[in-house]
Design a protein around this ligand. Structure first.
Ligand SMILES: Nc1nc2c(c(=O)[nH]1)N[C@H]1C(S)=C(S)[C@@H](COP(=O)(O)O)O[C@H]1N2
Ligand SMILES: [Mo]
Length: 216
């Protein structure tokens, strides 16, 4: 089968036609690299709900099931067999610290989406983690070129405290959207609030718009 004719290529072309994954800028110009109200740190603080699950590779799973044309459940070896990518990006936490130039390795969200193919009506993503944490974001934000399902940071396996063996990194949104110990991805037609979003945080969380808290 010619690549041009594959279902995958047709789906990508449809997404491109719809402008589906076009959202803002992938990288920011130098002048507004640091979002308003943020300060730079050189360490890497740990923030979570106080429970850091230890997941053995044999029992680790990533279920990508809801709202996909090709739902899949990946074991660790299957996940590592997906195309591997590197990204360099900044972290912006809603508690006002930012950390520049983090080098990540893992699976680009786009490469995952190419395989599972969210249904046309899916416009939002719900992420669920091993510690029970959930967070939501628009599919267009999940699918940006910078976003990566990271297994490595600075050339080393991601530590448990930072979400190892795998966490999401969506650098253009506040870091609470970047679920650590990710185990489930659902695609939804409408936006539903995750853990912090139910507790007053913003549904989208753009640091440059200071979308820290919801108005409600
Ligand atoms: N599973 C899970 N992911 C999570 C959290 C959490 O409590 N559980 N906290 C979020 C918040 S509020 C932040 S700021 C970042 C912190 O990531 P770090 O500890 O690696 O700095 O993880 C996000 N992802
Ligand atoms: Mo946070």
């Amino acid at each position: 089968m010619r690549d041009d004719d594959s279902k995958l290529t047709r789906t990508k072309r449809r997404w491109a036609d719809e402008g589906r994954f076009l959202t803002g800028r992938v990288s920011r110009p130098g002048t507004d690299r640091l979002p308003p109200g943020q300060h730079l740190v050189t360490n890497w603080p740990v923030l979570d709900l106080g429970q850091q699950p230890v997941i053995r590779p044999e029992s680790w799973r990533l279920d990508v099931k809801g709202g996909a044309e090709n739902p899949q459940s990946f074991g660790w070896a299957e996940f590592l067999a997906l195309p591997q990518s590197q990204r360099l990006s900044d972290i912006h936490c809603v508690t006002t610290w930012s950390r520049y130039d983090n080098r990540w390795e893992g699976v680009a969200t786009r490469d995952l989406l190419d395989r599972v193919m969210p249904r046309p009506e899916a416009n939002f993503v719900m992420l669920t983690s091993y510690d029970g944490y959930t967070t939501n974001l628009p599919l267009a934000d999940f699918a940006v070129e910078d976003a990566i399902l990271a297994t490595h940071w600075e050339g080393r396996p991601l530590s448990v405290e930072h979400g190892g063996p795998m966490r999401l990194v969506v650098p253009h949104l506040y870091f609470w959207k970047s679920a650590k110990w990710l185990t489930r991805i659902d695609f939804l037609p409408g936006d539903q609030a995750g853990f912090w979003e139910r507790n007053g945080y913003h549904m989208r969380g753009d640091p440059w718009a200071e979308e820290r808290y919801s108005d409600a």
